[in-house]
Design a binder for this molecule. Structure first.
Ligand code: PMP
Length: 310
């Protein structure tokens, strides 16, 4: 179902994906000092085009994450966009796909030592892509409230998509899967909901759509923004961005995860509690439907979110 494309981009060159290799002295490999994005492209509903969803926003966030780690020498917004489109065209993409740019700390200058500082270290850029369909269970997922706390803004800022912070996600995910769950929802150091391992969290309670605010130590998800925008445009319900207590999650009517990878994933169970997220006409299923229409180019008002590959 997931197949890597033939070509990848690595430091100014297009190379065969299996030859896109880095030396073990790469600082990012030693210390997790890289930033990345996960971006999806979708075949349009009329099968006439492949469109990248919210490409501009993903590049903007990548450049913002990169600036925090002093990863410079990156292409600017439009050049970056063209670079990704060139890669996809070279790979002759014809359907749903995923793009993974990684901007990383390369080597200490003049190429010696293993220092951990950010200045004086060169930068690198790789982009790889693959064919990818929806991979999360369509009939809803089971989540656990993790005992791992989400990385704090004053340890590793979650608002930047830094490779090193995915150690936190991996630990939480591993414990969840071993407990028979599909994903983990984490609290922040203040005891409020933050996010899941690779997605943001929404709950529906008493007819309101509620999600943690950007100050809750979360990645400012582009899908999160899409959900908020779609709900405000098409649904007659209040959207609240505010702190959420664990007990509110456990007593919610519905819950779903939002992310480029997981798309809109209804949560049908959180620990011992069952939720009605997948009921027909649930807010979750309506939003999921709207999201899939948006990415497939079926919402005229939101065509500006799409970048055609060809
Ligand atoms: N939080 C985390 C930790 C993530 O890895 C992701 C996936 N990028 C998200 C949230 C959702 O972000 P987006 O909707 O921009 O994909």
């Amino acid at each position: 179902k997931q197949a890597h494309h033939r070509w990848a981009y690595l430091n100014e060159e297009f190379v065969e994906a299996n030859k896109a290799l880095l030396p073990v002295t790469t600082q990012a490999f030693n210390y997790g000092t890289a930033v990345f994005e996960g971006i999806r492209g979708y075949l349009s509903a009329d099968s006439r085009s492949v469109n990248i969803f919210r490409l501009n926003e993903h590049i903007k966030r990548l450049l913002c994450s990169a600036s925090l780690l002093m990863i410079d020498e990156l292409p600017e917004q439009n050049t970056f966009k063209e670079l990704m489109l060139t890669l996809l065209r070279r790979n002759e993409v014809k359907g749903n796909c995923y793009i993974r740019p990684i901007a990383y700390k390369r080597n200490l200058l003049p190429n010696s030592g293993f220092g951990v500082k950010l200045s004086g270290v060169s930068s690198g850029l790789s982009i790889n892509s693959l064919n990818m369909q929806s991979y999360v269970k369509q009939d809803g997922i089971k989540c656990t409230l993790s005992s791992w706390r989400r990385v704090s803004d004053n340890s590793i800022p979650a608002r930047a998509k830094i490779t090193g912070s995915y150690v936190n996600s991996a630990l939480a995910m591993e414990a969840a899967v071993r407990g028979g769950y599909d994903d983990a929802i984490m609290l922040n150091n203040h005891g409020y909901l933050s996010e899941a391992t690779t997605s943001n969290v929404f709950i529906v309670k008493d007819g309101k759509l509620i999600t943690p605010p950007i100050t809750a130590h979360i990645l400012e998800g582009i899908t999160r923004d899409t959900v908020i925008t779609l709900a405000a445009t098409y649904l007659d319900l209040k959207v609240e961005e505010r702190d959420i207590l664990p007990s509110e999650l456990l007593t919610a009517d519905e819950c779903f995860l939002s992310g480029t990878g997981v798309e809109i994933s209804p949560v049908t169970q959180i620990d011992h509690k069952t939720l009605s997220s997948t009921n027909p006409h649930s807010v979750t299923m309506v939003i999921k439907g709207l999201y899939l229409q948006a990415v497939r180019g079926e919402l005229n008002e939101f065509h500006h979110w799409l970048t055609p590959v060809y």
